[in-house]
Design a binder for this molecule. Structure first.
Ligand code: BG6
Length: 501
C-alpha cells in the first residue's frame, strides 16, 4: 500500500462533533494500520481557546480505550485558537505551520479540512489564500470541504466560483461520505469486474431501480441545522444522487477521478427534469409525527429541540424519476430516504423484468416473482440475488429463494470507515471518491425546481407519518401496479413490512 508523503492536516472546526467522532478516530485508525508516514502532524483549530494538551485530552476519549498507540499518536496533535474572520489569525496559523514544519522536519504539504458551519466555506479558503497558503510551490495545498456544498443551486455555484478564484479544481476535495463507503465503491467492481451483470444492466432487462436510505434515528440534537435543510438537501441532493450515478453510469475508460466523475456527470445531465405540474405526483414529502415505539412515547419532529413548532421541513422524501439516455430510457428510478423509519438500512434494488410467459400459472399457484439483485450498502453489507425455484414435491410450485453474500463472511477483513478512506485518498491527491464542482451543480440543478415548488406552492402536501413507520402511505402510490417498495430489515436477506424497530 502506498504511504502518503509527510504532511500536516489542519482541521477547522476542531471543537465540533465531527472532529471527535469521525475525523480523529479515522486518522488514528490510519495510523495504527501503518497507512500514515512516520512524519505527520494534525493542528486542530477553532474559536475555543485551548492548549495543545487540553485539546489532546479532549480527543483521547474518542480513541479506542487504552490503545497502546494512543499516547504516541497524540504527540502528533496540536491546537491553535482562531477567529475565522480575522486575517491576522491566518498569518499566525501560517507561522505555526512553518515552525512545526521546521521542528518536525515535515515538508510543506498541507491538507486543510473544513469541518465548520457552511457559512465559512468561502471565508476560510479565501483567507488562507491571502496568507499565501494556497500556492503549491513547495508542497501540496489541499482543501477538504464537508457537506452541505451550498444550500441551493445558486449558492453552490457561487461557492464554486469563490473557491476556484484561488485554488485549482484538483486542490478541492468535496466530501460525500457515501462515496467513501466500501460497499458503494464495490458497486463499480460488481458491475465492471463481472461478466454476468453488465450485459443485463439496461432497459432491456431491468424493470426498475429502487434505492432506500432509511434511518431509525431522528434529528438527534441537530434540529437547528436540519430544520433549514430537510431530507432533500441533507440526503437526496448528495448521497442518494451519487448512488444513482454509480448505478447508472457507463463504464469509465479508466478507474481515475476524472474518468469516473465524467460518467457520473453524464448521468446527472440525463436526469429528466420533473415538471412543476408533476412534482406533487412524483415527489412525496413527509414529516414524522409523535408515536409510540415498543411501548415508549416518541416525540414528533415538530417537538424536537431547535425545530420550528410549525415547521414544514421534510424528514422523508420518496421520488420517481427517469434517466433519459440510451441505457435507461423508460426505466423508472425510485428513491426514498427518511428519519425515524423502522430500521437503519441503505440498499439498492435492481429489479429485473418478469419472464415473458408465466409457464407455471397453469397450476394456479404460480408464486414466481421478478428477480431482484440487492446491493446492501449498510448494515449487514453484501449482495443478495432473489430468484425462483421449484418447491420440492409434486407439481410445479414456484418459490422465491435467496442467494446471498455477506461481507462479514470475509472474517479477516474489517470494512474501513468512510472517513478513513477519504482522508487517505485526499492525502494521496486522489479525488476519485469526491464530488467534482460541476457534478454538485448538476445535482442541485435537478432538485432545485422541486425545492422551489415546495417553497412557493402551499397546495403541495407534506404528509405526516408516525415515527417508526415506513413513511407516508402515499409513497406506495409512486410504484404502479401490484409491486411495492422492498421493506428491508437489518439483515440483508430478511424483508417484509414488520422488521425490527
Ligand atoms: C449525513 C446527514 O450526511 O448522513 C445525516 O447529514 C445522516 O442527517 C447521515 O444521518 C447518514 O449517514 P450514514 O453514514 O449514517 O448513513
Amino acid at each position: 500500500m502506498k504511504i502518503p508523503d509527510p504532511h500536516i492536516i489542519v482541521i477547522f472546526g476542531a471543537s465540533g462533533d465531527l472532529t471527535k467522532r469521525k475525523l480523529i478516530p479515522a486518522i488514528h485508525q490510519l495510523y495504527i494500520n501503518h497507512l500514515l508516514p512516520d512524519k505527520f502532524a494534525i493542528i486542530g483549530t477553532s474559536r475555543t481557546p485551548l492548549t495543545d494538551e487540553e485539546f489532546r485530552k479532549r480527543m483521547i476519549e474518542f480513541l479506542p480505550p487504552e490503545g497502546e498507540s494512543n499516547a504516541k499518536f497524540l504527540e502528533n496533535i496540536f491546537y491553535q485558537t482562531i477567529d475565522y474572520e480575522l486575517q491576522d489569525d491566518y498569518s499566525k496559523l501560517g507561522k505555526r505551520l512553518e515552525s512545526l514544519k521546521e521542528s518536525l522536519n515535515i515538508p510543506a504539504n498541507y491538507l486543510f479540512y473544513l469541518s465548520t458551519p457552511p457559512n465559512l466555506y468561502d471565508v476560510i479558503p479565501e483567507k488562507l489564500a491571502l496568507a499565501g497558503l494556497n500556492t503549491q510551490s513547495d508542497g501540496f495545498r489541499r482543501l477538504i470541504i464537508e457537506k452541505p456544498f451550498g444550500t441551493n443551486l445558486k449558492s453552490a455555484k457561487l461557492l464554486n466560483i469563490s473557491l476556484l478564484k484561488n485554488y485549482e479544481e484538483n486542490q478541492i476535495f468535496r466530501i460525500d461520505h457515501y462515496l467513501g463507503k466500501e460497499t458503494v465503491q464495490n458497486l463499480m467492481v460488481t458491475r465492471f469486474a463481472n461478466g454476468i451483470f453488465e450485459p443485463v444492466w439496461n432497459r432491456n432487462f431491468i424493470e426498475r431501480v429502487e434505492i432506500t436510505s432509511a434511518e431509525s434515528l431522528g434529528v438527534e440534537g441537530r434540529g437547528g441545522y436540519y430544520d433549514h435543510s430537510g431530507a432533500m438537501r441533507d440526503m437526496v441532493q448528495n448521497h442518494l444522487l451519487q448512488m444513482v450515478g454509480m448505478v447508472a453510469m457507463e463504464p469509465p475508460v479508466v478507474i481515475e477521478a476524472d474518468a469516473i466523475r465524467h460518467e457520473v456527470m453524464k448521468v446527472f445531465q440525463s436526469l429528466r427534469p420533473i415538471k412543476p405540474e408533476e412534482i406533487q405526483q412524483h415527489v412525496i414529502r413527509g414529516q414524522y409525527t409523535a408515536s409510540t415505539i415498543k411501548g415508549e412515547a416518541v416525540a414528533g419532529y415538530r417537538e424536537e429541540s431547535g425545530v420550528d413548532p410549525g415547521s414544514h421541513t421534510e424528514t422523508y422524501v420518496a421520488m420517481k424519476f427517469f434517466i433519459d439516455n440510451w441505457r435507461w430510457a423508460g426505466v423508472p428510478f425510485f428513491i426514498r430516504t427518511g428519519k425515524k423509519l423502522p430500521t437503519r438500512v441503505t440498499e439498492i434494488v435492481i429489479e429485473f423484468k418478469p419472464t415473458p410467459h408465466h409457464l407455471f400459472d397453469q397450476t394456479g399457484n404460480d408464486q414466481s416473482k421478478p428477480n431482484q439483485l440487492i446491493i446492501r450498502i449498510q448494515p449487514d453489507e453484501g449482495i443478495l440475488l432473489k430468484f425462483n425455484t421449484k418447491e420440492p414435491g409434486a407439481g410445479f410450485k414456484v418459490n422465491q429463494v435467496n442467494m446471498d453474500f455477506h461481507y462479514s463472511s470475509l472474517t479477516d477483513i474489517q470494512l474501513p470507515a468512510a472517513y478513513e478512506r477519504l482522508i487517505l485518498d485526499a492525502l494521496h491527491g486522489d479525488a476519485t471518491l469526491f464530488s467534482r464542482g460541476d457534478n454538485v451543480e448538476a445535482a442541485w440543478n435537478f432538485i432545485q425546481p422541486i425545492l422551489n415548488a415546495w417553497e412557493n406552492d402551499p397546495s403541495i402536501p407534506i404528509y405526516g407519518y408516525p415515527a417508526g413507520t415506513w413513511g407516508p402511505l402515499e409513497s406506495d402510490d409512486l410504484i404502479e401496479g401490484t409491486m411495492t417498495w422492498r421493506y428491508p430489515c437489518k439483515n440483508l436477506s430478511d424483508d417484509g413490512l414488520y422488521c425490527e424497530l
